[in-house]
Design a protein around this ligand. Sequence first.
Ligand code: SF4
Length: 63
Amino acid sequence: MAIKKVWIDEGCIACGLCADTCPEVFEMADDTAKVKAGADLNKNEELIKKSTSDCPVNIIKVE
Ligand code: SF4
């Protein structure tokens, strides 16, 4: 199923894993990760899923 929305809940430990795994969608801003505006979610679906499952605190959410 295609990803329609990606967001990051509170509790990011700023490990940088998501930004390293999928830099087209995630970036680090100060001490938290954020989703880049206008990121192509469908094109990056596999890397978004990998980031979601690898995030050490399980706060990357997709819909
Ligand atoms: S992988 Fe999770 S904890 Fe690490 S920077 Fe991304 S959102 Fe934060």
